[in-house]
Design a protein. Structure first.
Lengths: 288, 162
């Protein structure tokens, strides 16, 4: 097991990125996942422990005319309590509302929930239906370099992402949703709090004159990574939201969801739940 | 053994400085380094809330918080709630309503209840229930806990000073 040889808590992003440049830093933010994973032995520390909570500009929610930017170190509580997000992206606030417990929401960061890359990460499906991208920064050629990539392409497998070891996820950005954008999030578990989702589902689409367009559907806990449900999306795209299109969407859900049996639920039950959720969110949008 | 670092922070109103291993959790620091054993270790996984403390005015599970992250911040533990006049109003309400059974979850429960009341003067019973979701009581004594929280909210409304 690697011994930690240094601890750093820089105030500037460039300092943090320089410390990460050799790929030998473990990033600490809220600590709610890192503490558990290192205590259980599921994850080992690298040579440097890098606390990013004190970096200027890594925290905060910025709502501009055309774009929303959420700093990676922003806590889930900050998202839950943000009045602007409640108006323009309530689906994200809804997911924050059902995230773990108050004590964990007060510590856990958005960037951490994404980088942990759990198929059950609750903030991910809503961000996928908002069409979010992640900003990745690193120190290269003597300067801070950033790249923006769609969140959808970020996940590889449980706990694995395409982020390089020298890169830091610095922010999540998404276009401000159109006025006719509708979205829903649902998660399932035996209790409302502190539940690792058995299945989660998010829907986002524009709804104009009863017709759906730019449909995005995202599912959690039904595959090794959170995913976009392309078959369900294709069935709904351009269609009127009625009983027939809802039935077709429900029927196509099995094409996207490839769940497994595990300690929390059977594959059969997950497959059933995801169909129920597709039907419920669509009926809910239709009812309003 | 991992490297150690020196940290300074405010703990229950007093400046503290000490050296901690960088992977030590705030809970272990409070209990084993500073002798404040009011904050309890129970699940060690952020599920039960027995280790709840306040950091910069917000409650967190101290079992998941890295002690190094306390640097420059302000911590309040159950030991810091008591006033020179006696029990804190939330503590007193828990006593008055018989909310305490075995008592092990109480330091965390009271810290979280205080946080909820402090941040929402109009706190409803349902909101208190949701806010206490991260605090488990294995004596299943939630009803009296909620009675106590409701009483604190009501008392605050009447005099505005408690």
């Amino acid at each position: 097991m690697q011994e930690i040889s240094s601890y750093l808590a820089p105030r500037r992003l460039d300092q943090a990125l320089q410390a990460m440049a050799d790929g030998a830093a473990t990033v600490l933010c809220g600590g709610t996942d890192l503490a558990l994973q290192t205590e259980s032995g599921a994850r080992h520390y690298k040579a440097k422990l890098l606390n990013i909570r004190r970096i200027d500009g890594l925290t905060g929610i910025e709502v501009k005319a055309d774009q929303v930017r959420i700093g990676a170190a922003t806590t889930v509580s900050d998202i839950r309590g943000n009045p602007e997000l409640a108006t323009i992206a309530p689906v994200l606030v809804e997911a924050a509302e059902h995230f773990a417990s108050e004590q964990i929401r007060n510590a856990a960061s958005l960037g951490g929930n994404i980088c942990n890359a759990s198929p059950a990460g609750d903030m991910i499906p809503p961000l996928l239906v908002l069409g979010a991208s992640v900003e990745l920064a690193c120190w290269r050629d003597g300067a801070v370099q950033t790249r923006l990539m769609p969140l959808e392409g970020f996940f590889v497998s449980p706990g694995k992402t395409v982020k390089l070891a020298e890169e830091l996820l610095t922010a999540v950005v998404f276009d401000r949703p159109a006025a006719d954008f509708v979205a829903r999030f649902k998660k399932s578990g035996p209790r409302p709090a502190l539940e690792i989702s058995t299945v989660s589902l998010a829907l986002g689409a524009r709804l104009s004159n009863g017709k759906l367009s730019e449909v995005r559907v995202a599912m959690g806990s039904v595959a090794p990574t959170p995913l976009r449900a392309r078959h369900v999306e294709a069935v709904l795209e351009g269609k009127a939201l009625d009983a027939a299109s809802i039935a077709a969407a429900v029927a196509s859900a099995a094409e996207d969801a490839k769940p497994i049996d595990d300690v929390r639920a059977s594959a059969w039950y997950r497959g059933h739940l995801v169909r129920v959720f597709v039907e419920e969110v669509l009926n809910d949008v239709r009812g309003n | 053994m991992s490297v150690e670092t020196e940290i300074r922070f405010k703990l229950n109103g007093r400046e503290v400085s000490l050296t901690v291993p960088v992977t030590m959790k705030a809970l272990a620091m409070l209990r084993d380094k500073l002798g404040l054993t009011g904050t309890k270790y129970a699940c060690g996984e952020g599920e039960c809330g027995a280790c709840t403390i306040k950091v910069d005015g917000k409650t967190v599970n101290s079992c998941l918080m890295y002690a190094v992250d306390c640097d420059g911040r302000e911590l309040v533990t159950i030991e810091g709630l008591r006033t020179p006049e006696g029990l804190h109003p939330v503590q007193q309400a828990f006593v008055d309503h018989g909310a305490v059974q075995c008592g092990f979850c109480m330091p965390g429960m009271i810290m979280q209840a205080d946080y909820l009341v402090e941040n929402n003067p109009e706190l409803t019973r349902e909101e208190a229930q949701r806010g206490l979701e991260g605090n488990l009581c294995r004596c299943t004594g939630y009803t009296k806990v909620l009675d106590a929280v409701e009483a604190v909210v009501e008392a605050k409304k009447c005099c505005g000073r408690c």
